[in-house]
Design a protein around this ligand. Structure first.
Ligand SMILES: [Zn+2]
Length: 581
């Protein structure tokens, strides 16, 4: 799905990042930049900065950053291609069709067609067993229609036959996640066969994928579309096409796991509900809900595996800063069976017993490990620390530590010490928001990248002195490679364009480095550059020495004399090199 790099850069050049972000957040002009409260972490004073000159955004609090496309991808949970298309239509650029290897709308149109095919099958004679099954599950006809449920016939190729008749070829149907190649290479067959079909429809009412449930004993019980250009696992919430207005109105989203759980709650009158389609909530899902609601309530199944699984998704919620609660159903129930047996009123009573995710996690851990032995109490505390590290707001974190101290019987001060050592923080920095973010790369690496992008004429000099591998951090290494390779194309070297061709984490780091405003006067520039090159070489050697010393210790413990010999020799060589520099 390649839209050419030149067209992407063209689209980005024509768009103003300030204008785009301002349509979502309230930006305020401060000096040459614009500021807002960061939408990606919880804060009271704005550290989210948009630079019109550099055409990037960066949050000095949580470190998010990138160009206009990254903002849309993160804030609006768009894919890269969606973001490019969105901006293209904003600035009035037509992306020529032949430039798109894969056209988005072709997939969406096809999915719409397929959904209709499944619905038709459900109400045909072939669909009788499936209709009986639906009835036995207690689904009303009106709901079946509202959620566009369908039936995939049992034949190997009912769907593909029909679609091929309409001119689609196998390669395309494979890409669309509807057909697979047989193992022995003897043809192709439909992915969904003899299953109740749940079309997965996004909030803009587009059919992006399908889920299929068997109603016989076949395995697997549930099958979902594979990743396709329009369907990405963990990006969508099931049911949102129907319930988004209810969620907006209630300002709360109830999250369950499965298709039927979601539909049955809706049918019973609990309407502000979506399904995560997986045990662990994802960052994208939470971000999406955060745009429309103030609070989420996660409903977990009442069994032990459900308890353990529920913990995996919780840290995501901690990080998002959204008000998050969780409830657990009584043992043996899922939302579907609970609402059927006990009804809406009982479910609402259960919801009223929701607890904050911190309390919830603590309860589950206490259940799992017990609190009798010191060992298990320490284990619980450490697992809670993992969540506390994600809490952006320090006052809230302090509150949690106090509570943890009360409940686990450790002194508060001791918990703080342990927390700060565990998370590598220095205690006096705990209330200083900006100092908190630990960077994975060194300041020398950052300086060199900064210099190269601000003064591209020195790139050959740096390239001559430093191989990409001589940088320390993996992400910086790949950034440097891209910079070396792109030189001397000044248009592609433009920061906001360069961001398009690197991976997301690299883009975040690059925006973080370039968001700083450093001024170097001409007379110290060369000296500074030389110093950076030397310092990086020394740092690299030091980190290699550290590695060797660790290895030597290990070899000494295992009294591996031969390895010790080689290691010592290497250490000597490398120390000589250091002196040379
Ligand atoms: Zn932030």
């Amino acid at each position: 799905m390649a839209i050419s790099e030149n067209i992407i850069n063209d689209i980005r050049d024509k768009a103003d990042i300030v204008e785009v972000i301002d349509s979502f957040l309230h930006l305020k002009k401060i000096g040459g930049n614009f500021k807002a409260l960061c939408p990606f972490h919880h804060e009271k004073t704005p550290s989210f900065v948009v630079s019109p000159q550099k055409q990037i955004f960066h949050c000095f609090g949580c470190g998010e950053g990138g160009n206009v496309f990254h903002f849309l991808m993160k804030h609006q949970t768009m894919s890269f291609i969606e973001a490019v298309n969105y901006v293209a239509s904003m600035v009035g650029i037509d992306i020529p069709d032949q430039k798109r290897e894969v056209d988005f709308s072709t997939f969406l149109d096809l999915n719409q067609k397929v959904a209709r095919f499944y619905t038709k099958s459900l109400f045909s004679s072939l669909g009788k067993n499936c209709r009986d099954y639906i009835k036995s599950r207690g689904l009303e006809e009106e709901i079946v229609k509202l959620f566009n449920l369908g039936y995939a016939p049992p034949n190997w190729d009912s769907l593909s036959k029909q679609l091929k008749g309409e001119g689609y070829n196998n390669e395309f149907l494979i890409k669309a996640g509807l057909v697979v190649k047989a193992k022995d290479d003897k043809g192709f067959y439909d992915i969904f066969r003899d299953r109740l079909i749940f079309p997965i429809i996004d909030h803009s009412k587009k059919v992006i994928g399908f889920g299929g449930r068997v109603f016989s004993k076949a395995m697997p019980k549930y099958l979902n579309s594979p990743q396709t250009p329009v369907y990405q696992k963990g990006k969508t919430l099931y049911g949102v096409d129907v319930t988004l207005s209810d969620i907006k109105r209630e300002k709360t989203a109830i999250i369950v796991e499965g298709y039927l759980d979601m539909i049955m709650l809706y049918q019973a009158g609990i309407k502000n509900v979506v399904a995560s389609l997986g045990t662990a909530l994802t960052q994208d899902q939470v971000r999406f809900l955060k745009r429309y609601s103030d609070e989420v309530v996660v409903v977990y199944d009442g069994d032990e595996s459900g308890q353990v699984a529920s913990l995996r998704g919780l840290d995501i919620v901690f990080e998002s800063g959204i008000k998050a609660n969780a409830v657990m159903l009584p043992k043996g129930y899922d939302p579907d069976s609970f609402i059927k047996e006990k009804g809406k009123e009982e479910f609402l009573k259960l919801l009223a017993k929701k607890r904050g995710v911190f309390d919830y996690k603590l309860d589950v851990l206490r259940n799992i490990y017990g609190v009798e032995s010191l060992d298990s109490r320490i284990k619980i505390v450490h697992e809670m620390f993992a969540s506390l590290e994600k809490v952006g707001n320090h006052l809230i974190r302090a509150e949690y530590i106090k509570e943890l101290s009360n409940k686990m019987g450790f002194e508060e001060k001791i918990l703080w010490d342990e927390f700060n050592t565990k998370s590598g923080r220095i205690k006096k920095d705990v209330f200083k928001e900006k100092a908190l973010r630990q960077k994975s790369y060194s300041s020398v690496e950052a300086s060199l990248v900064y210099i190269m992008l601000n003064n591209s004429e020195v790139i050959p000099e740096i390239k001559g002195a430093l191989e990409p591998e001589e940088f320390i951090t993996d992400e910086i290494q790949s950034l440097v490679k891209v910079i070396y390779d792109t030189y001397p194309d000044s248009d592609k070297l433009k920061l906001a364009n360069l961001l398009n061709v690197v991976a997301e984490e690299e883009a975040r780091i690059l925006a973080e480095i370039m968001a700083e405003d450093v001024e170097l006067s001409e007379d110290v520039f060369q000296e500074h550059l030389n110093q950076c090159i030397v310092n990086l070489k020394i740092q690299k050697i030091k980190s290699y020495c550290n590695f060797l010393e660790q290895e030597i210790k290990k070899a000494q413990q295992g009294s591996d004399n031969k390895r010790l010999d080689t290691l010592f020799r290497e250490l000597n060589d490398i120390k000589k090199k250091e002196i040379e520099i």
